[in-house]
Design a protein around this ligand. Structure first.
Ligand code: HEM
Length: 382
């Protein structure tokens, strides 16, 4: 790293002059904002997928989750150069002797372990996840979620401990009139510009996976959202889900049962004969990519009404897929009764491809892609 810094800023740019409190403070603030944003958007994503009793996720605005999860992944990616630069700036202090001066200092130093370890783990596991690479035996979501809390706890302790130092490092007015002070400030500025520039660049080369105007710049994102059958991506194919045979069976039936007055059992032709509705809605994958399509199908609320369900009924949407996170999803009362929540038969004017959920897939506003259940066979009203 020192070698790289010297090459970029010139031989006079000694690391000691760049390991300044001011650089650490600026990078710390940027990382605090980035990790805070990741934490809030990540916890929101968790609440949407596993809602506790007090949490009711709205179905409007239709693209809100698209924004929050895209921000989560983009901010996480932007944090990678920031975290490594910050570690490089402060590493001489990490090995300072004596290791602590008093009890408060000891607590602050101990909190660095979960902060650095947790930060590195979150970034590594997040990047591995968006590449669908799981080189570990544990569940990604459980671990990423738990470590997020530990990291944020340690970050709060760290901010508390460094508040005064940060303020004084940033509030220093003009540099003292030492001969090297001006050059130091210039080197520092160039170093920080380089770090923020790298952070901006990696984000720019990734964010086109969800931001259409930047689509052509997608060089680092693992997924092209517009590549796949019918012109958009697939996360789990029919083969992977083990539904190729069952989805194509001529005796396929959609059933609506549970807390209803008149259970329904409909063939595909009968579903097609019901009033159809169109909506343009996004699929926002939890892994950061998104795509928007024109869908056509039956409104879930029309099916519920036909079956005589309560006007505030909630629904479990079940797939032909037998196991895994994609096998079913819940529609709370807002999502179940939204005018655009459909069991889609067609996309962009064609019958759904089997990898997109033929014969029927759930598509609704403001939901993670993992909750847009494919190969739907049953609505269980609760
Ligand atoms: C490069 C960095 C990161 C990437 C690419 C990333 C990616 C992801 C992805 C794809 C998910 C959705 C997982 C799923 O629902 O299947 C997620 C969830 C989450 N992320 Fe990150 N993340 C990153 C950094 C962070 C950081 C720094 C924090 C907090 C300090 C964080 C906190 C969370 C939380 C709390 C969740 C919710 C987990 C759950 O649903 O149980 N992430 N992240």
């Amino acid at each position: 790293m020192t070698h790289v810094v010297r090459r970029v800023l010139g031989p006079a740019a000694t690391p000691s002059r760049l390991h300044a409190e001011r650089s650490a403070a600026i990078l710390g603030i940027a990382l605090g904002v980035a990790f805070g944003t990741c934490f809030v958007t990540g916890v929101l994503s968790h609440l949407i997928q596993e809602p506790p009793g007090w949490f009711l996720w709205t179905s409007r605005p239709a693209g809100l989750y698209r924004v929050t999860q895209s921000v989560h992944v983009a901010t996480g990616v932007a944090s990678i150069p920031l975290l490594f630069a910050k570690l490089w700036v402060v590493y001489p202090k990490l090995f300072a002797w004596p290791p602590f001066e008093n009890v408060a200092h000891l607590v602050e130093r101990v909190s660095l372990l979960p902060l650095i370890g947790g930060g590195l783990f979150e970034l590594f596991s997040g990047v591995a996840n968006i590449n669908q690479w799981y080189p570990w035996p544990f569940n990604f979501r459980t671990a990423h979620f738990a470590v997020a809390w530990i990291t944020i706890g340690a970050l709060i302790v760290h901010i508390g401990a460094k508040w005064a130092t940060t303020r004084s490092a940033l509030s220093r007015g003009r540099p003292p009139p030492e001969p090297d002070a001006k050059r130091d400030a210039l080197d520092r500025r160039r170093f920080l510009l380089g770090v923020f520039g790298t952070s901006g660049l990696v984000t720019l080369l990734t964010v086109g996976q969800t931001l259409r105007p930047l689509e052509r710049l997608v060089l680092l994102a693992p997924r092209r959202p517009n590549v796949g059958p019918q012109g958009f991506a697939v996360n789990r194919s029919a083969v992977e889900a083990g539904v190729v045979e069952t989805a194509r069976r001529p005796d396929f039936r959609l059933t609506v049962e549970g807390r209803v007055a008149r259970p329904l059992r409909l063939s595909l032709d009968e579903v097609r004969a019901l009033p159809q509705h169109e909506a343009t809605l996004p699929i926002q994958c939890v892994e950061g990519w998104s795509t928007s399509q024109r869908w056509r199908g039956v409104r879930v609320r029309d099916l519920l009404e036909r079956a005589g369900a309560n006007p505030d009924a909630e629904v479990r949407v079940e797939s032909l897929q037998q196991r895994g996170a994609f096998a079913s999803s819940e529609l709370n009362r807002w999502h179940a009764h939204d005018r655009d929540t459909l069991l889609a038969l067609d996309v962009d004017g064609e019958p759904l491809h089997i990898d997109h959920g033929f014969p029927l897939r759930l598509i609704g506003p403001n939901r993670p892609g993992v909750m847009q259940t494919k190969w739907v066979t049953r609505l269980m009203v609760t």
